[in-house]
Design a protein around this ligand. Structure first.
Ligand SMILES: [Zn+2]
Length: 144
């Protein structure tokens, strides 16, 4: 009977099923966490639902479950993407910090050999900067 207090009779906005459904505009607390289905829906799918008075704002239990699963999947993908990007950034940092890499990559001989020509090219560039500029900037570059 408690279920009917939180629900309204009508048609599910998402699958058109008739019954006692929750309202997508209202707050619900499920296991202590707040759920507003319209917010979850729009954040998850980036779709806008029109809020015409004639249109139902109800969601059936089955669609709530599917929405949660979709949102869980989205959250997982976002987290995975962040992890992958973090890994990419770490690799980028290693490639940029040539000086640090010599210390870190002693064990991996082929990579250390590969890096030496790259360092020579950078040295050449700095030399040409020095010749072009007479500012203190080129000195700062050499030190780093
Ligand atoms: Zn439904």
């Amino acid at each position: 009977m408690d279920k009917k207090k939180n629900t309204l009779y009508g048609q599910c906005r998402f699958c058109l099923l008739n019954g006692h459904h929750k309202d997508i505009m209202k707050e619900y607390y499920v296991n202590g966490s707040r759920e507003v289905y319209i917010d979850i829906f729009m954040e998850c799918f980036n779709l806008y639902l029109s809020t015409n008075n004639i249109l139902s704002t109800l969601i059936c239990a089955s669609c709530v479950q599917r929405l949660r699963e979709a949102n869980d999947f989205r959250t997982m993908v976002v987290n995975t993407e962040q992890q992958l990007l973090a890994t990419l950034n770490e690799k980028d940092t290693v490639f940029i910090n040539v000086g640090d890499l010599h210390g870190l990559e002693i064990k991996v001989e082929p990579q250390a050999v590969k890096l030496e020509p790259a360092e020579n090219i950078i040295d050449c560039d700095y030399t040409s900067y020095e010749e072009a500029d007479e500012n203190g900037e080129s000195i700062a570059l050499r030190e780093s």
